[in-house]
Design a binder for this molecule. Structure first.
Ligand code: ATP
Ligand code: MG
Length: 287
């Protein structure tokens, strides 16, 4: 009997490609993603990987060409593919924003009334304008949206932004956020039982990897008389591990901490006498 494989679509090249592949590899899925490959079969997991343009992924998943996919939420919302978002993946973070030329005296959304706005996201933008009672003239273009005002094609743009440097170099100013986006795992509705079983197995691993990314393993040396105060700062998964050091009166404390919290408490730890603080990344984490 032929082994049933779950089919996953990832971006062939572009901003999500590397992180998508790294995620699968951290999930222990081995495959050859050589340059120009269109599909690959995993060696040690029932998974077949398709490398596609990101815009096509929601439709391929909805049509059943692929069972699941990794793509930006912005692309999912723009497509009308009947897919389900299963999990946020924590990479590819950006926002879809409205931007106007620097000399545009922008005050509020009403300023877009009657204006020509260039975007590759007409569906999301028209919904946003409709919800806010704005009547603008949306021009759909498929790329290089940021140059549209400069060449007289539009009065404003609605485009993806992360740092804002592309807008800045093109003399544009970001004025409103339409949506926040990040890469998500999507799946076709009504997957059959076999495919669902494989998806659950993969999802368990994905969660272990994404959770690990937000956390750090922390080790430090603490004077015994300050142990209880230091432990209180480091709750860990269950509770921290405490081991005596060879030097009397000192202990080694190991715990897991949210990456953002570390910078908040690291000075307090030092003030309480903690020394030799090491912070390591975690590859996988299962509660
Ligand atoms: P493809 O050739 O696959 O169609 P593309 O050029 O449409 O690729 P990319 O520019 O590679 O797409 O972006 C893919 C996704 O990365 C976007 O849809 C978005 O979700 C995310 N992303 C994150 N930051 C940014 C950014 N600053 N600009 C554009 N996209 C971003
Ligand atoms: Mg694209």
């Amino acid at each position: 009997m032929q082994e049933i494989k779950l089919k996953i679509a990832v971006q062939k090249s572009g901003r999500l490609n590397e992180d998508s592949i790294e995620l699968l590899k951290k999930c222990g899925v081995k495959f050859n993603n050589g340059l120009g490959k269109l599909r690959a079969s995993a060696e040690n997991f029932p998974l077949e990987i398709f490398f596609l343009r990101d815009d096509d992924i929601p439709e391929y998943v909805a049509d059943g060409v692929s069972d699941i996919g990794i793509v930006g939420e912005n692309v999912v919302f723009e497509s009308n593919g009947a897919v389900e978002t299963i999990e946020k993946l924590g990479f590819g973070k950006c926002r879809l924003s409205l931007a106007v030329p620097k000399n545009f005296p922008y005050q509020s959304l009403e300023d877009f009334d009657g204006k020509r706005v260039a975007t590759s996201y007409p569906r999301i933008l028209s919904e946003f304008f409709r919800a806010n009672g704005v009547k603008s003239d949306i021009h759909t273009i498929s790329g290089s949206v940021e140059i549209a005002p400069g060449i007289g094609l539009a009065d404003a743009v609605c485009d993806l932004v992360s740092s804002g440097s592309t807008l800045f170099t093109n003399g544009l100013r970001e004025v409103e956020t339409v949506m926040q986006s990040e890469a998500v795992l999507i799946a076709r509705k009504n997957l059959d039982a076999e495919a669902l079983k494989i998806l659950e197995k993969l999802l368990f691993r994905i969660k272990a990897v994404t959770q690990a990314k937000q956390n750090k393993y922390i080790l430090l040396n603490a004077p015994d008389e300050k142990l209880s105060e230091i432990i209180a700062l480091l709750p860990g998964i269950k509770s921290p591990t405490v081991m005596p050091l060879a030097t009397r009166g000192w202990s080694s404390v190991h715990s897991v901490i949210n990456e953002n919290d570390f910078w908040e408490i690291f000075e307090t730890l030092k003030n309480k006498g903690a020394e030799g603080i090491l912070v390591l990344s975690i590859d996988q984490m299962i509660d």
